[in-house]
Design a protein around this ligand. Sequence first.
Ligand code: NAD
Length: 343
Amino acid sequence: MKKILVTGGAGYIGSHTVVELAQAGYEPVIVDNFSNSRKSVLDGLRAILGHDVTCYPIDCGDADALRQVFKTEGNVQGVIHFAAFKAVGESVAKPLMYFQNNVGSLLTLLKVMPEFGVESLVFSSSCTVYGIPDALPVTEATPTKPASSPYGRTKQMCEDIVHDVSAAPDNKLHTILLRYFNPIGAHESAQIGELPLGVPNNLVPFITQTAAGIREKLTINGSDYDTPDGTNVRDYIHVVDLAKAHITAVQRLLDRKASDVVETFNVGTGHGNSVLEVVKTFEQASGQKLNYVMGPRRPGDVPAIYADATKAADVLGFTTTTSLLDSLASAWKWQQALKNVGN
Ligand code: NAD
């Protein structure tokens, strides 16, 4: 079995990717310092897969600890690097913490990987690299704009670092940069899902927590945008669809099929949905009426963004299969399951 190191593998997208990797015949090995996840994720993985997944509770910025993992595991074939902080607002308040963790962990990984002959990397980038785009949908060729937050800048910097490292004459690294749009929902088993610690930053966990009575109401951040109903438009992709894109990317790297040492793909559905549409679709999926009010715009929010998903379809053969309704139904099922496991 081909062994893939998954940094941040106990996190939201990482845990779903671990499941897809294992089910596709890979052996995922997790590195996670649990700074934004809980050890109970490992129980969820065991329940789905029927076996334990090896997990090293270490910091990805700790080069010696990382070396020990590569050494112990012996034959790691590739790395999927999810480990990072991701809260836009927090990155404005604590920029150094974001640069240190997000850029620092990538630098450490890039230093250690070649010491063990590991040459394949899938990197978690984000549609935040596009800033406020001039035209929609955004393609991979859409110029990146100044990031609206330190978080977005860390993703731009990480992409630049990968390009520079790959341009060096003795480079052996092959990387696929995946620019995610907005992942939502949970595994159909409701054993793993999004586990926001504290008040959720993202729309869907806020919605499900409001429907569950944990939050009093949802305040929609802005209703006067230049969009069909005035609310923000995003490209919401089911997390299992997103996870599957990583399997395709890893396989492409291991097969050395990539056309360049660095390839970039948007990973989205190709459709934009407004916040109000998400609320209405959630009501339909859950049978719950949602308590929501319109509020002021939130600084830093891009009015509208959605992917042109053509390149991923043409080159990776990757398309999404889960509807917004089904994605939201899975998020609601997960929220209800959370009550039972006491999280
Ligand atoms: P998450 O916070 O659920 O998962 C990240 C995991 O990495 C957590 O388990 C955390 O404990 C771990 N981690 C953080 N820093 C670490 C370090 N230095 N060493 C070891 N482990 C560390 O986030 P997610 O939503 O699963 O996001 C995964 C990746 O995808 C991140 O790089 C994020 O920036 C990117 N991304 C996320 C979204 C989104 O909306 N969720 C969108 C675009 C890109």
